[in-house]
Design a protein around this ligand. Structure first.
Ligand code: XMP
Length: 321
């Protein structure tokens, strides 16, 4: 539309003016905000933007490819991918407490992102860091904008001690629905533009118990089936989000073929909400639940039971951890 086109033109012009002949860096999370912010800056300064994507191994099936292939194809952006999967599993080994998991994931992410950024900035001077801050975040934090400091790590070698960036926040005047409209107008992949909320710590807080490579694989397979069936049934717009949770330390007896099984339960947590502050469990059609349950128990070897969470928020939170 005209308004969306003018939002894009105005933002691109403002970014061009702010960055001038400089260079910028942008972290991509796989979500819509960082993708749209990066696409706008790419439009403004082209190859002088470098995007960094850290793969923690905690994303859902296909999400790394959406960034690596589809986002890059749609924008032509320069992308630097850091595979930090092993590092993350190492850092999470033996950890079961939800808040400790969050702390470790957040800390490790910042370390890896800073090292990657320092590496990019070592090749050529980078003065700007792009962030997908939205209008509601600006209001909440009191409106200031400014600079960020990235500490280079000694294992990278030969870098200045601290690199200071000016922040570029092209979404500062926008609400979430406007960000999606802008993203669609910029031709970003539909799966990114319309992605439902997904927590930063990703699948790490949807495995109840220790996070391991095998458990991630199990959860990723079950989650892909649930999302596939919900999308096929046309239910995405009705659902705020549907966490799929692996109860990794619980086993129950089952029977399959001519043998007894002793597998793990998967929990479906479909919720309807306006803002995630409160939520109601979504009354999914029985036939959709049946398809999800049948497919998960048939196709995911470690899982022999699918259960439905029928708790509203409060008292339950949306995530299990
Ligand atoms: P809860 O579980 O608190 O979730 O009802 C509310 C919303 O926040 C998301 N969520 C998170 N997002 N980092 C995030 O970026 C987190 O640690 C985190 N924990 C929960 C959750 O998916 C829901 O949309």
């Amino acid at each position: 539309s005209w308004t969306t086109a003018s939002i894009i033109d105005d933002t691109v012009a403002a970014v061009r003016e702010q960055i001038g002949e400089g260079r910028a860096i942008c972290g991509l999370s796989g979500g819509v905000d960082s993708a749209v912010a990066a696409a706008l800056v790419q439009r403004a300064i082209g190859d002088r933007l470098t995007c960094v994507f850290v793969d923690l191994g905690l994303l859902r099936s296909g999400e790394r490819e959406q960034v690596e292939k589809d986002f890059v194809a749609a924008t032509g952006a320069n992308l630097h991918v850091v595979d930090a999967r092993d590092r993350f599993l190492g850092a999470l080994a033996g950890v079961t407490d939800p808040e400790e998991k969050r702390k470790i994931i957040g800390r490790e992410f910042i370390r890896v992102f800073e090292a990657a950024t320092a590496e990019v900035a070592a090749e050529e001077h980078v003065g700007f860091l792009v962030q997908g801050t939205l209008y509601p975040d600006v209001v909440e934090s009191g409106g200031g904008s400014g600079t960020a400091t990235i500490k280079s790590h000694h294992n990278v070698g030969g870098l200045p001690d601290d690199i200071e960036f000016a922040l570029v926040e092209p979404l500062r005047a926008l609400f979430k629905d406007e960000v999606r409209t802008v993203g669609a107008e910029l031709g970003l992949p539909e799966v990114i533009v319309n992605r439902q909320p997904f927590p930063g710590p990703g699948l790490g807080i949807r495995i109840i118990g220790e996070v391991t490579a095998e458990r991630l694989e199990t959860l990723r397979a079950a989650d892909a089936i649930a999302r596939d069936e919900l999308t096929t049934a046309g239910l995405d717009a009705e659902i705020w989000q549907c966490p799929v949770v692996l109860l990794a330390d619980v086993r129950s007896v089952g029977v399959q073929g001519d043998g007894r099984t002793y597998g793990h339960p998967i929990v479906l947590r479909p919720v309807s909400s306006e803002d995630a502050m409160t939520a109601d469990w979504t009354r999914l059609p029985y036939d959709v639940l049946e398809r999800i349950s049948t497919r998960i128990t048939n196709e995911v070897a470690e899982v022999n039971r699918v259960v439905l969470d029928v708790t509203s928020k409060p008292p339950g939170t949306i995530e299990w951890e």
